[in-house]
Design a protein around this ligand. Structure first.
Ligand code: FAD
Length: 299
């Protein structure tokens, strides 16, 4: 399965501009499929460097995820990356998923462990014939073919333990295992991102860390996302949204302004790329990209 064209790692190393990318989740039904296609169509016009498709918590969306990567590959010119998790799957099943990606022409995999089936705060349990950590999954993917592999990173710390130094050491291990870039969990404070990059740098890690951006358009959504992801929700962000809570249009405008400011600060500080959690919708992401002071959209 030879890969063709530049990889995401190549673009991050030599592309000459910050990458811009979008994350989608696999649709559940025909209505979801229509929504995904509409979002992809609208965002394709912004010429993303890559798009990615999430993998259901217990591997349950495996077929839908791989089908979605195939669909996106046929409809866009962007590099398409599939996510893969260790949850509730044996090594044999993981090898099957990696082979299915190869068969779909997908040469990029985001290797994450996945949250425990009981939710992000439940105790992690390895499948009896499976893997314990994302680092092992990186090794498995690299040993299975010519894949460019990315991993997750956590500016506010991984929710399971708040040990920022351990998280940085884990990122270095992932790089040693063959990972070529990282994408962060959503976060709201640019300084948390820069501190993560500094910790990595101090340990000699050189993985480019793409910033994961969640465009937030309502107050309940931001609190739910922060709880699920373990992201710190700065008081300034909450108060800015709560101040206009009675007017959905103002909340949306404030949410997009906060995200735009965050992107501008990240790019000004040298972040190598922005990865938007689109929720399979295009409008909020497109509006943020249209108002960024620095770089993307691409010429
Ligand atoms: P790991 O790197 O294995 O880390 C898990 C925990 O173990 C951490 O606390 C870490 O500090 C600790 N740890 C790791 N290695 C060691 C070690 N050697 N010794 C001691 N402790 C160690 N989830 C999905 O289900 N599907 C998706 O598609 C998906 N996409 C994601 C995309 C991004 C960009 C990100 C950031 C996350 C995504 N997630 C997804 C969520 C992710 O699966 C969870 O956050 C999961 O809990 C951690 O994944 P990880 O890859 O960081 O795991």
């Amino acid at each position: 399965m030879p890969s063709t064209g530049p990889t995401i790692a190549d673009l991050l190393a030599t592309g000459g501009h910050p990458t811009m990318s979008f994350e989608f989740f696999p649709p559940k039904d025909d209505a979801g499929q229509a929504q995904l296609l509409e979002a992809i169509g609208a965002l394709e016009a912004l010429r993303p460097d890559f798009v990615s498709v999430t993998y259901g918590a217990n591997g349950s969306t495996r077929a839908r995820t791989i089908d979605a990567t195939r669909l996106i590959r046929s409809g866009t010119s962007a590099i398409t990356m599939g996510h893969l998790t260790c949850v509730s799957q044996s090594v044999g099943e993981l090898e099957g998923a990696i082979a299915a990606y190869a068969d779909a022409g997908v040469t990029h995999i985001l290797a994450v462990r996945g949250d425990p089936p009981g939710g992000p705060t439940a105790v992690w349990e390895r499948h009896p014939e499976g893997l314990d950590h994302a680092t092992e999954l990186v090794r498995l993917v690299k040993a299975s073919g010519d894949f460019c592999v990315g991993v997750g990173a956590f500016p506010d710390g991984h929710p399971e333990r708040s040990d920022l130094d351990l998280d940085a050491r884990v990122l270095v291990e992932k790089q040693e295992a063959g990972a070529e870039f990282a994408i962060t969990q959503l976060f709201f404070d640019a300084d948390a991102y820069f501190r993560l990059v500094e910790r990595l740098d101090r340990l000699g890690g050189s993985l480019p860390v793409v910033a994961g951006i969640m465009p937030v358009t309502n107050v309940n959504q931001i609190e739910r996302f922060a709880t699920l992801s373990g992201a710190d929700l700065p008081a300034s962000v909450v108060s800015r949204l709560r101040a206009v809570a009675d007017d959905p249009a103002s909340v949306r405008a404030a949410g997009l302004e906060l995200a735009t400011d965050l992107c501008d600060r990240l790019l000004a500080g040298g972040a190598p790329g922005l990865h938007f959690y689109t929720q399979n919708r295009s409008k909020a992401t497109a509006e943020i990209l249209a108002t960024l002071r620095e770089i993307p959209p691409h010429a």
